[in-house]
Design a protein around this ligand. Structure first.
Ligand code: PLP
Length: 447
């Protein structure tokens, strides 16, 4: 007879987490967490050995795939040699990593400042842009996401991310995010309208007050909203005219995710600063980096830059990052992202024909998402814009079904993300899309 008082190991692990750690945010969204015991490649396993295909690379960070022992070995070796030094001492891996990053970054983006994560990279970039230019305002796009610290939440113009009572930090100004699917513009007018708006905002705010514009290398969380063709080149021109710096946030779009080392390389520009995290260590260790041009760095040859953090340039993070960068090259992961991205596009197009709830599919390399709608003609979104968790009923059901069928992926608002590790194979893409297709039957009922 089944003893209903006995919890499975997975259930016990979940219960401990609910009782003793802050997990409410996950429950609120109706997505019950997976209790992960182990992970390898594109798969995660719970404590009862149920297998989940990871179709969003964790939070779009585990680019090389799970369980790569080369990182473990590099980390252990570094810890055995020296596990911590202050940012005022250096280790061999710190210099080697800086050199490698300068090699993969275009132009004269040659100087690295190592941080702890994406938000701290962006905070450092904002601070440096203000110090360097002597100006105080920062431009960014509505619906973008740049982190969850006080400053970076204010840069990211997404009200869906701000708690009701949150005060935003001052001097962050938002511009429109061009939305090809919803604007119903042709390519040229989308470009012209968004560029004209940027120029108007710069004029209103006073170009002499604006230190920098911060833009994602390619939009991710906001729904993979791809730039109009020529947009970043136009931004570069306008910023050069006014002495405004361009900070490109490559936290999500960097390290092969979009089929290039960095997302901005798809648009032919070189920014003044680039922020990185996630894929830099593939999530194995928290770590981040701000790369700046030689010109910006030179200003601080004789001036102390007050950006110290206890764990900046942590040697274990540097060792993990250095090994991760070698793995991208040794395993041809960026080339694979290009090839698998094309396969994903072709297969997603087939899914669109099958499911009326799919309004749009957007993907760059392996950073993609399905946008679900209740009506393809009116484009009414499956979850209302700015939906609170309780308003995401259908999407929560879709997410629950995806999990039940053995997949972990990021489901937010009306978006189902597809961003598997860059080592994914065609067969694994088929497996993942078959699960999404099955789960979309729920959404189709609401069309
Ligand atoms: N910037 C972008 C574009 C991101 O997608 C994220 C996280 O998702 C961040 C910054 C914040 O990074 P972190 O969570 O490591 O602070």
């Amino acid at each position: 007879m089944l003893d209903t008082t006995t919890l499975s190991e997975t259930q016990e692990v979940l219960q401990d987490s609910f009782d003793h750690t802050v997990f409410a945010w996950s429950k609120q969204k109706g997505i019950s967490p997976i209790a992960v015991k182990s992970a390898k490649g594109v798969y995660m396993y719970d404590y009862d050995d149920k297998r989940y295909i990871d179709f969003s690379s964790g939070l779009m960070n585990v680019n090389i795939g799970h369980g790569n022992q080369r990182i473990t070995e590099a980390v252990v070796k570094q810890m055995q040699e020296v596990s911590y030094v202050t940012p005022y001492c250096v280790t061999k891996v710190r210099g080697e990593l800086g050199k490698k990053l300068a090699e993969i970054c275009p132009g004269d983006l040659n100087k690295a400042f190592f941080t702890l994560c994406g938000a701290t990279s962006n905070e450092a970039a904002i601070k440096l842009a203000r110090l360097y230019t002597g100006r105080h305002k920062i431009l960014s796009r509505y619906q973008s996401y740049h982190g969850a610290t006080y400053g970076t939440l204010s840069v990211g113009g997404d009200p869906r991310k701000l708690p009701d009572d949150s005060q935003q930090a001052p001097n962050f100004v938002h511009i429109d995010i061009p939305y090809r699917y919803r604007w119903n513009h042709d390519e040229e007018s989308m470009l012209n309208d968004s560029v004209a708006q940027l120029e108007r905002v710069i004029a209103y705010e006073g170009p002499g007050n604006i230190a920098a514009i911060m833009l994602e290398g390619e939009s991710g969380t906001s729904g993979c909203l791809q730039y109009p063709v020529g947009y970043l080149a136009a931004v570069r021109k306008i910023c050069d005219k006014h002495g405004i710096l361009i900070i490109i946030d490559e936290v999500m779009s960097g390290f092969g995710r979009t089929g290039k080392w960095f997302g901005f390389e798809n648009h032919g520009i070189v920014p003044d600063m680039v922020t990185m995290a996630k894929g830099i260590t593939s999530g194995y260790i928290p770590f981040g980096c701000l790369m700046v041009t030689d010109k910006i760095a030179a200003r601080y040859d004789d001036t102390v830059l007050a950006t110290g953090m206890t764990y900046a340039a942590h040697p274990v993070g540097c060792a993990a990052a250095l090994e991760t960068l070698k793995i991208y090259e040794d395993e041809n992961l960026i080339e694979n992202a290009v090839e698998m991205g094309k396969y994903m596009d072709a297969q997603a197009a087939i899914l669109m024909e099958k499911h009326p709830s799919i309004g749009d599919f957007r993907n760059t390399g392996l950073l993609g998402c399905f946008e679900l709608v209740k009506n393809r003609t009116t484009k009414e979104p499956m979850a209302p814009f700015n939906a609170r968790p309780e308003e995401m009923a259908v999407m929560s059901k879709v997410a629950a079904r995806i999990k039940e069928l053995g997949m972990y992926t990021f489901v937010r608002w009306s978006y189902v993300f597809v961003a598997p590790p860059l080592c994914v194979t065609k067969e694994q893409i088929d497996e993942g899309l078959a699960i999404i297709s099955e789960a979309l039957k729920i959404a189709d009922e609401y069309v």
